[in-house]
Design a protein around this ligand. Structure first.
Ligand code: PLP
Length: 395
C-alpha cells in the first residue's frame, strides 16, 4: 500500500480521538438547544458554559469575553468590521499588516469601500512587522491595530507583546489573529495586553466550523449576526453544542501538551530544514530561522514551479501545500512572500511543510528521497535551469 504522509497541518488537522468521543453524546443523547428552559436545554447549556469557562481560563480572560463563532474567518471579520462599524464616530483608521490572512485583508479591503483608511504595515525579509512604522502610523483617528500572532504561510512569529504595548500606550485597540498560534505559542490575553483575539478549532485537532473571538469587556463592538439572543445578543444563531464541546477538549489537550509537542515538532522541522539545505542545491528557506512556528518549514526550490512539485509529491503520498492552503488552487502568487520581497523567480516554487502530532523521523527520509528526485526531474525540464547551465533551450 502507498505510504501516506500528511504535512499540511497548517491547513487543517485531524480531529483527535478524545475530541470525537467528547462530542458524540451532544449529537444525539444531549441534543437540546441550550436556549431552551427544559431539561434537554439545560444539559446542553451546562456543557457550553463549562466549555466557555475553561476556554476563557486557558486564554486568561473572563467567560463573558468569549464569543463562539463559525471559525477563524468569522472571528477576524467580526473583529475588524465590528470595531469599525461600532466606532465610526471616533475615527476611520485601521492598521494591519501586508501578511495577514485573507480573512483580515479582505475585511479591511471591504471597509475601504465604506470610507475606512487602512494602513498595511510592511514586513522585513523574514516576514516580521516593522514596529517603527507601526508607531509612526498611529494617528488620532486610529481605531484598531490587527496583527497576526503567527503567519500561516511562512510561520513567522510577530512581536505581539511589543505591538500590544505600543497600542496600550497610544490607547488604540489591538486584535490578533491567533489561529495558527493556539497550542504552539504561549498566549495569555490579560498578561499580553490583547484586546481581541481570533481562534479556530480545526488548527489544533478540533472540529472544523467552530472558533471564537475574545473581546475584552468594555470594548464597543457591533452585534455581528442579527438574530436570537445567543452569545449575549452579539451573534445570533443556535449554539453549536457538539463543536464547542470538541473545541474545548482539543484546546485543553493542545495547551497541556504544548511544550512537549513543540519540542518534537521543532526537532522535525529543523531536521527537514537541515537536510533540504544540505542535500538539495538552490533551495531557500522562506521566513525566519528561529522566529517561526515549531511545525512550519517553507522552502522555495529555484528553477521549478511549485504546483508541479506538489502534484508529484501527492502522487508519492506526501501532502504539502503551496504558499497557503487558502490560495492554492487559485494559482495566485503569495501576498506574504511578495511583502517579504522574495524574488519573483523563487516565489512560485514556495512549498509549505507543516508537521503534526503524527509526524516522525522516517517521514523525513521518505520526503527527502522524493523531493530530491522530483526537483532533479523538474529542473531537467526547466528552460531556466538549462539557461543558467549554459545549455541550449529546447522548445
Ligand atoms: N487566520 C489564519 C492565520 C489562518 O491560517 C486561517 C485558516 O487557514 C484562518 C484565519 C481562517 O480560519 P477558518 O478556517 O477557521 O475560517
Amino acid at each position: 500500500m502507498k505510504r501516506k504522509i500528511y504535512l499540511d497541518n497548517a491547513a487543517t488537522t485531524s480531529v483527535d480521538k478524545d475530541v470525537t468521543e467528547a462530542m458524540l453524546p451532544y449529537f444525539s443523547g444531549t441534543f437540546g438547544n441550550p436556549n431552551s428552559l427544559h431539561f434537554f436545554g439545560r444539559e446542553a447549556a451546562k456543557a457550553v458554559t463549562a466549555a466557555r469557562d475553561n476556554i476563557a481560563a486557558m486564554l486568561g480572560c473572563k467567560p463573558t469575553e468569549i464569543y463562539f463563532t463559525s471559525g477563524g474567518t468569522e472571528a477576524d471579520n467580526w473583529a475588524i468590521k465590528g470595531i469599525y462599524n461600532a466606532n465610526k464616530d471616533k475615527g476611520n483608521h485601521i492598521i494591519t499588516s501586508k501578511i495577514e490572512h485573507k480573512a483580515v485583508i479582505a475585511s479591511c479591503k471591504r471597509l475601504e469601500k465604506d470610507g475606512a483608511k487602512i494602513t498595511y504595515l510592511d514586513v522585513d525579509k523574514y516576514g516580521i512587522v516593522d514596529l517603527e512604522q507601526l508607531k509612526k502610523s498611529i494617528t488620532e483617528g486610529t481605531l484598531l491595530v490587527s496583527v497576526m500572532t503567527a503567519n500561516n504561510e511562512v510561520g513567522s512569529l510577530q512581536p505581539i507583546k511589543e505591538i500590544a504595548q505600543i497600542c496600550a500606550e497610544r490607547k488604540v485597540l489591538f486584535h490578533t489573529d491567533a489561529v495558527q498560534a493556539i497550542g504552539t505559542v504561549d498566549i495569555n490575553v490579560k498578561r499580553d495586553n490583547i484586546d481581541m483575539l481570533s481562534l479556530s478549532a480545526h488548527k489544533f485537532y478540533g472540529p472544523k466550523g467552530i472558533g471564537a473571538l475574545y473581546i475584552k469587556n468594555g470594548i464597543k463592538n457591533d452585534r455581528y449576526i442579527s438574530g436570537g439572543s445567543q452569545e449575549r445578543g452579539m451573534r445570533g444563531g443556535t449554539t453549536n453544542v457538539p463543536l464547542i464541546v470538541g473545541m474545548n477538549v482539543a484546546m485543553e489537550k493542545a495547551i497541556r501538551d504544548m511544550d512537549i509537542n513543540n519540542k518534537k515538532l521543532s526537532y522535525l522541522r529543523d531536521m527537514l530544514i537541515k537536510r533540504i539545505e544540505s542535500e538539495i542545491p538552490d533551495a531557500f528557506l522562506n521566513g525566519h530561522r528561529e522566529r517561526r512556528l515549531a511545525n512550519n518549514a517553507n522552502f522555495s526550490f529555484k528553477y521549478i514551479e511549485g504546483e508541479s512539485l506538489i502534484l508529484m509529491l501527492d502522487m508519492q503520498g506526501i501532502a504539502v501545500s503551496s504558499g497557503s492552503a487558502c490560495t492554492s488552487g487559485s494559482l495566485e502568487s503569495s501576498h506574504v512572500l511578495s511583502a517579504m520581497n522574495v524574488p519573483a523567480e523563487i516565489t512560485q516554487s514556495a512549498t509549505r511543510f507543516s508537521f503534526g502530532k503524527d509526524s516522525n523521523e522516517q517521514d523525513i527520509d521518505y520526503i527527502i528521497e522524493n523531493l530530491k528526485n522530483n526537483v532533479t526531474t523538474l529542473r531537467a525540464m526547466s528552460p531556466l535551469f538549462a539557461q543558467q547551465k549554459g545549455e541550449p533551450i529546447n522548445v
